[in-house]
Every structure is written in C-alpha cells, then in structure tokens.
Ligand binder design. Structure first.
Ligand code: DGY
Length: 343
C-alpha cells in the first residue's frame, strides 16, 4: 500500500481523494494551531513515498535526503519558497504546487485590502464596536479614493509581479477606472500584450503609483525588493499592499516609513518572519494586517486539497504530476533510481 505523509490537516476532500485510491495517509499535526515538530516531520518523511507539505514546513535538503524511496513532494500552495527545489531536482524528486485555483480568491483579497486600507474600514469597524459613533460629521474617518472619486483624477495601480495573480488584480482595476502599471522582468511580453496595463520600470512604478501591490514569487532577486530605497521612491500619499511572501518587504524599513509618514499606509497578508510581525507594525496608523488568508475561501481551499492530492497520486504512480515545478527531474537517473527503490 502506498503512503502519503500530510504534514498538517488539509480539507477532508483531499484526504478522501487519497483514500479512494487506497493510499495510507498519516497527518503529522492534527492541531491546526501548532506547527509540526521537526522530529515528526523527519519521521513522516522516512515513512512515506510522497510528502504532502504545507507552506509552513521547510522542506530542505536535509529532509529530502532522509528517504531514498521518496517519489515526490506535493505542496499545498502555489508558492514553493518553503521547498529547496534545487536540492529536490538534484536528488531526483519531483515537486508540485497548486496554481490557478486560488488566483481569483487571492486577487479578491488583494482588493479587499486595497479598499480596507484606503477607506479605513478596520478603524471604522473598531469605532462602531467601541460605541464611539455619536454624530455624523464631515471629518469623520476620512480616507483616500481608489476610483477617481470627487477629484476626477484616475488613480494609478502599480502591480509588481505579473503572474496569474498579478494579472487578475490588474483586471479588477478596470472597474475602478484606474491606470495600471506593471513590472515583472519575467513577464514583459504578457504585460505588453495586456489591455489596460502599461509596462513600467520598477522605479517609475514606485514613483507614480497610488497603490503598489506585490505579487512576485519569493526568490533571491525579490527578497527585500521593497526596502528603504524603494519606500523613499513612493509617493507620500501611496499605499503598499503585500499578498505575496513576507520577505519581499523589508518589514523594519516599512515600520520606519509608516512611522515617519513616508507613505500613507500598508496592508499586509504576509509577514517577513511569519507568524511574527515586525516590532511596532501593529501600532502603526493606517495599517491593515491579516493572517495569510488570501486563498482562504472554502471552495478554493478544497480545490487546493484535491489538486495537491492528485499531484501526490501522480508522484506515487511515477507519472508526471499535473502541476510539477521541476519537470526536468523526470529525465534524471536519480529519479529512476527512486522509482526502482525497494524498501
Ligand atoms: C499560496 O498558495 O502560496 C498561498 O500563500 C496560500 O494559499
């Protein structure tokens, strides 16, 4: 019987899909609020043929080396910065992710954050629930327009990272009559081909945007892409939104920029040292903070679970996984040796 080690609980439909194929499943951590201890993770990897990991587990070279019969890693996330993909490729281990199904849900959350930070929704909610609303007034909780609003000036949305999610965020800007700039050195062609979107170099985008929204993969190239220098280039009236990975932003620099009113505000779904937040950020004005929930709708999380399960089944069968990230691995002798490995 084949064995899949699922590091933490995923929606039932994913586990059911594995059960349909008579796969034995072990879940490393049943408590949703606790991480998987490293020893449990290592034990699970030694036991299984396929590892179904979450973005909270570092799948590093040391872990991947523990089991010569490991046939694949199915990550329950579109992002895969938690996995050492180079090491996996070298070791002949295919790695897969869950792209596409979470694009709309993530783009919607991005817009929820843009509107929430610009229109001060969390502050307004706290004001109401604290019983502070006594009298309507022209100066109460004034925010910034996202659409042209009373001024008639079209606002500029700057999209950094023009993959599926960045493009979906850009499409939604049409409804707000915004001008959209995009920067992504890996997607110049797609940006040039997109209607309503104009390519901009990073510095131009930062200088001109009213809202800068981040959607790149986390790579050495994008780590701290938004640092003190970048924040200095932004307009004082601009907002920063991060729905990608925390380390794309130098969070200490962001706290400084917010405290000194270098920018108008920020909305973050992800954090540099998640789940911790940089000291001082929670106390800053004009900040909206949410706990990495961009893909958190019932339907999307279920679709991700089924997708990760399908990828895991393909890894088990020694077939090309539908969402493999490192397909070159299939040609390697190291991969073939894994399939041939007998316990
Ligand atoms: C991802 O999939 O990478 C998100 O961060 C969580 O859904």
């Amino acid at each position: 019987m084949s064995r899949v080690f699922v590091t933490r609980r995923i929606p039932r439909v994913g586990l059911d899909r594995l059960a349909e194929e008579s796969v034995r499943v072990r879940v490393g951590q049943p408590n949703d609020e606790a991480p998987v201890p490293r020893a449990v993770l290592e034990d699970g990897v030694r036991w299984c043929e396929v590892l179904l990991s979450l973005l909270t587990e570092p799948v590093d070279r040391a872990l991947l080396t523990l089991n010569p019969a490991l046939r694949g890693v199915a990550n329950y996330a579109v992002g895969f910065n938690n996995i050492d993909v180079d090491a996996a490729t070298e070791l002949g281990i295919p790695v897969s992710n869950t792209p596409g199904v979470l694009t709309d849900t993530t783009a919607d959350l991005t817009w929820a954050l843009i509107l929430a930070v610009a229109r001060r929704i969390p502050e307004a909610h706290a004001y109401m629930t604290a019983g502070r609303y006594k009298l309507w007034g022209p100066n109460l909780l004034l925010g910034a327009d996202v659409s042209p609003g009373g001024s008639g000036r079209r606002k500029v949305l700057g999209v950094i990272g023009y993959g599926r999610i960045g493009a979906a965020v850009a499409r939604r800007a049409v409804g707000f009559d915004m001008d959209v700039l995009a920067y992504d050195p890996h997607a110049r062609d797609r940006i040039d081909a997109a209607e309503h979107v104009r390519w901009a170099e990073l510095d131009e985008l930062l200088r001109r945007s009213d809202f800068v929204t981040l959607h790149p993969l986390l790579t050495p190239e994008t780590r701290h892409l938004i640092d003190t220098r970048a924040l200095q280039l932004m307009k004082r009236t601009a907002y920063l939104i991060n729905v990608s990975r925390g380390p794309v932003v130098d969070e200490a620099a962001l706290v400084h920029a917010l405290r000194s009113h270098r920018i108008a505000g920020a909305a973050l779904d992800v954090f540099e040292d998640e789940p911790a937040m940089a000291p001082g950020i929670a106390e800053c004005d004009h900040v909206v903070l949410v706990p990495h929930i961009a893909s958190a709708s019932v339907d999307t999380r279920e679709r991700m679970a089924v997708m990760a399960a399908e990828n895991a089944l393909a890894h088990l069968a020694g077939e090309r996984a539908p969402n493999v990230i490192n397909p070159e691995v299939y040609k390697s002798p190291a991969y073939r040796a894994r399939l041939a490995h007998r316990r």
